[in-house]
Design a protein around this ligand. Structure first.
Ligand SMILES: Cc1cc2nc3c(=O)[nH]c(=O)nc-3n(C[C@H](O)[C@H](O)[C@H](O)COP(=O)(O)OP(=O)(O)OC[C@H]3O[C@@H](n4cnc5c(N)ncnc54)[C@H](O)[C@@H]3O)c2cc1C
Length: 399
């Protein structure tokens, strides 16, 4: 997203002075604002369009422990300490949202998530994950066909051989979650339709220039996720835009909409869960056209949507009506772990984002933590060195 010279030169930009300027009003930006209010620190949020206009209003609504991939795979990628830390972090994220009153959101449901193996290597990994999770003190359960959920079409399809349950997970409409977070703000102004085009630090503070608004602040927190590189070129190739596509559908037999769990299948590549009454939502299939999905263009494509529909026929039914199709843009990091760090632009300007596919599951606590790290100059477990490595200070357990 760019802003032209003519759009930048609004004749009367409104000027606001505050302590913290937050750029972006998704889950991250609004959660950061909640933390500022909790610390009695004045802040202003600047949003290019409207709250939840991007990934935070377009995702699948899983509030899950861990990540789409299983615990054993995460341990192989990140090491045991870091994987354990991330799993705890996501549990804490949901606990923090519950403590704010998330259960009052109309679409909120206590809905266990289930990683279901549709491939042999995945079944082995899920069995190993269950043992590792239990060893690390996490509550979990291994499900087998027959005993799992007798009337559930995913199990009846014959394609799931093992399921790994996260018993305390939940789901909700992401747009409602964002509205809920915004509703928690009592003193913070959220300026919408205000794309920021410049962040200008000087000896007095940081001036944020947006269309029709200027905010002078002591600190700035950039929460623009997939769009980070536009304001912070240092994040080009570090936080990369990746598209996720979804659809919702109504099985003609209403009983088939009755899924017991919010499923992740095929190593987390696809996700399928109950939606509005009588409907199911399904997303993923990026790997069917991976190169084309490395984009920040918000559009659905024939290839990915076709693959998603194949999954409907494989797992649920061939008699259905698609009720909506959409896309959203995620900000991926190389290790799928978020980034919280001061920027090369100025030590008073920080970035919080790169939540990969897990902003619902970890964005709230990550953004609240980012405010602490920025204002208290504490090391972050989500820090990143200039060469792309993670600093030693990014040790598990450090908050
Ligand atoms: C299809 C899909 C499914 C997903 N499913 C899940 C899921 O089930 N569970 C889960 O945990 N996560 C899921 N995710 C990931 C999750 O949606 C994101 O990680 C999360 O929403 C990121 O939140 P954010 O606030 O960091 O970024 P965003 O929601 O992208 O917010 C960034 C905001 O910054 C604004 N902005 C950008 N540039 C500027 C600028 N120059 N000036 C001012 N404002 C600007 C944008 O307009 C936007 O509102 C999914 C994502 C997608 C796309």
């Amino acid at each position: 997203m760019t802003v032209s010279l003519w759009q930048q030169r609004s004749p009367t930009p409104e000027r606001t002075d505050t302590a913290v300027a937050i750029i972006g009003a998704g889950i991250s930006g609004l959660s950061a604002a909640i933390e500022c209010e909790a610390r009695n620190i004045p802040c202003v949020v600047l949003e290019a369009e409207y709250p939840a206009s991007k990934a935070s209003g377009r995702n699948a609504g899983y509030l899950m422990r861990g990540a789409a991939e299983n615990y054993a795979a995460a341990i192989e990628d990140l090491g045991r300490d870091r994987a354990r830390f991330l799993w705890r972090w996501t549990e804490d994220n949901l606990k923090a949202l519950r403590a704010l009153g998330l259960e009052s959101v109309p679409s909120f449901e206590d809905r266990p998530s289930c990683l279901a193996a549709t491939l042999d290597d995945e079944a082995d990994q899920l069995e190993r994950s269950a043992r590792l999770l239990a060893d690390d003190g996490f509550e979990t359960q291994l499900l087998r066909p027959g005993a799992a959920a007798p009337d559930d079409p995913v199990w009846n399809s014959g394609h799931a051989s093992v399921g790994l349950l996260n018993p305390h997970d939940a789901t909700c409409s992401p747009a409602e979650l964002v509205a809920f977070l915004q509703g928690k703000l009592e003193r913070t102004r959220v300026i919408t339709n205000a794309p920021v085009h410049a962040i200008e630090p000087d000896d007095k503070g940081v001036l944020i220039r947006a269309r029709a608004a200027e905010v002078a602040a002591d600190h700035a927190l950039v929460c623009t996720n997939a769009y980070a590189r536009h304001l912070l070129p240092e994040l080009e190739g570090v936080v990369t835009p990746n598209r996720g596509q979804m659809l919702s559908f109504r099985p003609h037999d209403p009983a088939l909409a009755d899924l017991a769990y919010a499923y992740y299948i095929n190593h987390g590549s696809e996700y399928i869960r109950p939606g509005r009454p009588g409907e199911i939502i399904l997303g993923g299939a990026r790997k069917s056209d991976e190169h084309a999905e490395r984009t920040d263009t918000d559009a659905v494509t024939r290839t990915v949507q076709h693959t998603l529909e194949q999954w409907i026929r494989t797992l649920i039914t061939d008699r259905y009506t698609v009720t909506a199709r959409w896309a959203g843009i995620m900000g991926f990091t190389p290790d799928a772990v978020p980034i919280v760090k001061p920027t090369a632009l100025d030590p008073r300007v920080w970035f919080c984002g790169g939540l990969t596919g897990h902003g619902m599951s970890m964005g709230h606590t990550t953004a609240r933590h980012a405010v602490h790290a920025m204002l208290d100059s504490t090391p972050s477990p989500f820090g990143l060195n200039p060469d792309g490595t993670r600093p030693a200070a990014a040790s598990p357990g450090a908050r």
